[in-house]
Design a protein around this ligand. Structure first.
Ligand SMILES: [Zn+2]
Length: 257
């Protein structure tokens, strides 16, 4: 290890120490989210260290006069770091800013159809992740994530799944893979699951996952990741192949907590 790396490590440790999340605040935040509260002691501490490092590297901004409290920042950091708990924080190096909105955000969209006609419409968003950032989140959706977990919804996990996906180019449902073999398997399993999922929706059958996942592979990955982390046992039952794929990829099995 060269002196530069040692200096950087030392510097990071100092920054981290300054930003270390106080125990009381950490426990209070975890208690509000059943999928975090169920973490065993070792993983709770690892998540706290990772979340502290995350807070040291990211910048929070409140939109429309919203003040981002410590509780809010820690709640976002903890949920954002859950997917990468056994991976690496560098997966989030592609952006710095997190913008927290007091409510859902209306985004003006333009689409051009096959005839070249441009259509304009409004879309209500609870979150959005763009290449290079910032990540946008609606606070009420983050705040209610404890109750929404039963339905497999989690806006933070959803947007950060997109961030991981965008590490290797545009969001396409294929996050960085350790090998070509792993990538081939990933595409095979996810494509098969998405096809079956779209089939159920077309047939009017109920689905465990948010039907929004049928928008494309990138949304299917994000929606499946939400359920994998916050509603893990039903997800394992309904999507055993994707569950096994994610256990390998994220190096953790939330269904066993
Ligand atoms: Zn999405």
């Amino acid at each position: 290890m060269g002196w530069w790396q040692r200096w950087k490590d030392w510097h990071e440790q100092r920054v981290r120490a300054r930003h270390d999340i106080p125990s009381e605040l950490w426990e209070a935040v975890l208690a509000r989210y059943p999928f975090l509260e169920s973490l065993p002691a070792g993983e709770r501490e690892a998540l706290r260290a990772l979340s502290s490092a995350f807070l040291a590297r990211k910048e929070f901004t409140g939109a429309q006069g919203l003040e981002v409290s410590d509780e809010m920042a820690v709640a976002i950091a903890a949920q954002a770091c859950l997917p990468i708990l056994h991976l690496d924080l560098s997966l989030y190096d592609g952006f710095i800013g997190i913008v927290v909105h007091p409510d859902e955000v209306v985004a003006r969209r333009l689409v051009t159809d096959h005839d070249g006609v441009v259509h304009e419409y409004d879309e209500w968003l609870s979150g959005e992740a763009m290449a290079g950032g910032p990540v946008m989140l609606s606070w009420p959706d983050v705040d209610e994530a404890g109750e929404l977990a039963m339905d497999g919804y989690n806006v933070v996990v959803h947007e950060f799944a997109h961030v991981i996906d965008m590490c290797n180019g545009e969001a396409d449902g294929i996050p960085p893979q350790p090998s070509l073999e792993a990538q081939t398997r990933w595409i095979e399993v996810l494509d098969g699951a998405l096809e079956a999922f779209c089939g159920r929706i077309d047939a009017g059958q109920p689905t465990l996952l948010d039907p929004y996942g049928a928008e494309g592979p990138q949304e299917f990955f994000a929606v499946a990741a939400e359920a994998f982390f916050v509603n893990p046992r039903p997800f394992r039952e309904y999507h055993p192949d994707v569950h096994a794929l994610f256990v390998d990829y994220f190096r953790q099995d939330p269904a066993k907590r």
